[in-house]
Structures are given as structure tokens and as C-alpha cells.
Design a protein around this ligand. Sequence first.
Ligand code: ADP
Ligand code: ASP
Ligand code: MG
Length: 406
Amino acid sequence: MGIIVQKFGGTSVASPKVRDLVVEKVRKAREQGASPVVVVSAMGRRGECYATDTLIDLARSANPSIASREMDHIMYCGEMISAVIMAGTLQAHGMDAVMLTGGQAGVITDDNFNNARILRVEPARLLSLLKAGKVPVVCGFQGISEDHELTTLGRGGSDTSAAALGAALDADMVEIYTDVDGIMTADPRIVCNAKILDQISYGEVCQLAHQGAKVIHPRAVEIVMTKNIPLVVKSTFSDAPGTLITNVAQPDSGGRPVTDRIATGVASIGKIAQIKVSLPENAPGNASFSIFKAMADNQISVDLINVHPGQVMFTVAEEVVGKAACKIGELGYEASSTLDCAKVSVVGGGINGVPGVMANFIQALAKYEIAILQTVDSHTSISVLVKNEDVQKAVTSLHETFNLAE
Ligand code: ADP
Ligand code: ASP
Ligand code: MG
């Protein structure tokens, strides 16, 4: 057996007791003849002293609009502390562990602070450590730019680190250890009878992740997919086999190939705002283009786009809605916005063109009198915009309507 990348999320490294579980996962991989590379996230969640959100809150208490470069330096600390503690714990259990920052592990990024892209991974140092029988413990979420600036990869980016290291090292497998038993048909915090998916294709999980299933970062899936490296999402806290993610269309328990399932899961993204721009009759033909160009020029990502004669509608993250409205105003158009919205999506490789799917979708929401503010569909998903307060009901009803608990 060759190299395995084992990534442990925040809750998996949060206390001495759970770090001992991590030690067992690493030890087991070694006993099976693998060479593990451990990747860690910052310890715990918001409120715990070294969690990323706690560090962000600390920086913002000094300056609510602190520069993104400085923010990257404080966020860097979370994974540094975690990797030191995890390497120390492995050493205490007799393993020759070596802690490395993202940069020391060869993760080279662009200099887009807070959301840097990995340009390449230089694996020489990791390979020589592995050859010497050591266990590298790498800080997830981090990289270094060509100008030696410290960068972070966007929230949830430790998954991306693990995937990129796996790809650069030609790993046999990338294992993502977290606090649930695998990828589920919905967030178990929203739907109590959500079911673990034994297998899922790269494409489906990528869609689920893009639509808000934060159990895995979509970029991580895209990276392993290019090299066809199997990805497993499993729990640190159990021995359950987890979810295997590959490109192979294996039959699921109902005998259907996994890529053909009409619905694989339901996901949601909150904290978004809807923007409506009414275009006057005498608006120039390129009016909608100028609006989207203004958004792009100001690094504002748009989603759920509907363009009609006389009206342009789209969504943005709630935190940038003021800036978006202002830029539209500068073009001479008036934007109205609806805050507290969420996007709810049903994802499935076989959803496209199946008669009745949309009717079932709408009926699931009508059952609870949920107002639909907008809809959009792609070949693998159907999404609606609803008010935040309706998310729980919408996700649960769609989960039930599409028989995902069965
Ligand atoms: P980690 O710190 O281990 O990376 P995250 O909090 O990023 O953990 O991701 C795990 C969480 O993702 C779970 O606790 C669960 O609430 C949430 N989640 C959202 N959607 C799903 C889904 N479809 N399947 C499983 N978990 C999901
Ligand atoms: N600690 C980082 C975050 O909270 C990265 C990660 O957990 O993947 O976003
Ligand atoms: Mg995560």
C-alpha cells in the first residue's frame, strides 16, 4: 500500500480524548502498510479558543475591516497550533511525527488573501519525510505565495489542502475524517432521518458541496477527480465505513447506478440576498451586461440569475448586497433587495428531463405554504430561493418528497 492522506477536521482534533482517536486512525493506516500524511484543521468551532472563527472575531474586535493580508496571518495560527499539538500527540504515542506549515509542505498559491488558489504543490520535502519513515502533520487551509506571503484557501479549505497533497503525492486514497459518518442525503442538523450515502460520484458530491453541503469543500472534490483518486468521507468517532467517492457508477442499494439517481440529496445555503433591477423601457440593449460586468469588476459573485425584458434578478452574499446595490445605482438603475434568503437545492445525476420532478418539487414547498422567490435548474440540480425562516421546512419536505430517507 502507498500513501494515504488523512485529513482531520476541527471537531476531530478539539480535545485530548478525540486526538487519541486520531492517533488510532493513523496507527491503523501504518499497520496496514500505508504511509499516512496527516492534514489538520484548526481545533474546535466558534467559541473555542483556537478555532478559526474565534481568531477572526478577535481580529475584527481590533478592526472590523482589518486588511485581508493581516486576517490571513491570524487565521494561519489556528492550523499551526493544531498541527503542533497533533504532532506532539503522535510523538507521545511513539510515532516520528513532523509538523509542517502549508508552505513547508510545498503548497504554493496565488496571493488572493483569504481565498487563495493553489498554483502547484512541490512534494519533495513530504516525499523525503515519508521515505525516512516519518509521519508528516501538515497545517490544512494554508499556503505560501511566490512572494513568500502567507495565504489561506477559503473557509473549509483544509479539505482542499488534503486533496491537493493527495494529488501531488499520487496517493492511493484521501480520507476526510469529520464528525458525521459520511456524506448524507441532507445535513443531519436539519433533517433528523437523513441517510448515509455509501457511494457517490465525484460529480454528484461536487454539486452537493457547491449547493451548500459543507461536509466537503467542492474544490477538494474537483482536485482529486482530475487524478481519479478515491476520496472517503468518514467519522473520527466511529468505525463506520463512510462514503466512498469515485467516478465509478456502482449500483446503490436499490440497484440503480449512483450517477443515475434522480435525487441524491438536498442542500441549502443561507445568508444570501436577492437583488431585482427594473430596467426602464429606454434602457440600452446592453443594460444587463453592464450590471453583471459591474458585479464582476467589483469581485461580487452572482448566482440564481434570471434575465427578463425589463427586469434582471440575481442573488449575492448578504454581506455584499449594499455594495452591489450601490454599483447598480452608479449605472443609473434602481436595485431593490430582499435580505434573509436561502437557496435550497435538490441534487441528482439523473434529475434532468425526468417528467414530474419539478411538479413534485413545487408541491413539496406548497405543502408548507413556502413562498418561492426564484427558481433555477441545471442538468444535475433544481434550486429555489426561499426565506431563511422556511429552510428547515423546505429541506425536510423535499427530502421526504424525493424519498431520500428510504
Ligand atoms: P470539519 O470541521 O470536520 O471539516 P464541517 O463542519 O466542515 O466539519 O463539516 C461537517 C458538518 O457538515 C456536519 O457536522 C454536518 O452538520 C454538515 N453537513 C452539511 N451537509 C451535510 C451532508 N449532506 N452530509 C453530512 N454532513 C453534512
Ligand atoms: N479552519 C478553517 C476553517 O474553519 C479550515 C477548515 O476547517 O477546513 O474554515
Ligand atoms: Mg470542513
